[in-house]
Design a binder for this molecule. Sequence first.
Ligand SMILES: [Cu+2]
Length: 173
Amino acid sequence: MAFHIHPLERKWLYAASAAIAIFLASILLTALFGGIHPPGHMEIIDSARLHLDGEFMEDKLGVRTEPDGSVRVTLVAARYGFFPREIQVPAGTPITFRIASADVLHGMHAPMTNLSTMVVPGYVSTVTTAFPKPGEYPMLCNEFCGMGHDHMWSKMTVVSKESWTLAHPSAGR
Ligand SMILES: [Cu+2]
């Protein structure tokens, strides 16, 4: 018995296979040459001891400029907020976010930007991105985490690179 595929179905098979090949190739190419990776969930942390020692202690949270001019933001996600509640970062600068949850599963999403990650208790979520335009962006929790979930957000202000350098003279130039 000859195996028959309708010509139209055959065309769709080719089209679907081509689409899958394009998707896989674009993931591979951006990963190899664009350094685009999904948020890292490789680093383990004891969520119950965040406040006791290490980089997620309360007085170490917030925005820090590295000697090479890049910026690092350390945040704790906890019911119901991201701490600190307000941060200011420069536009057009690579910014690495390191976020840990102190309790349950949270998400962190800044609409209109490509900043979005899950924050899984027990792991450090690391995302590096840059914001092209100055402006005010909310950082929202996008994983339902309890009755106060709707109120779980912080404010991120992206300022122009010039005003950032003025305010932080030691920052990279
Ligand atoms: Cu949450």
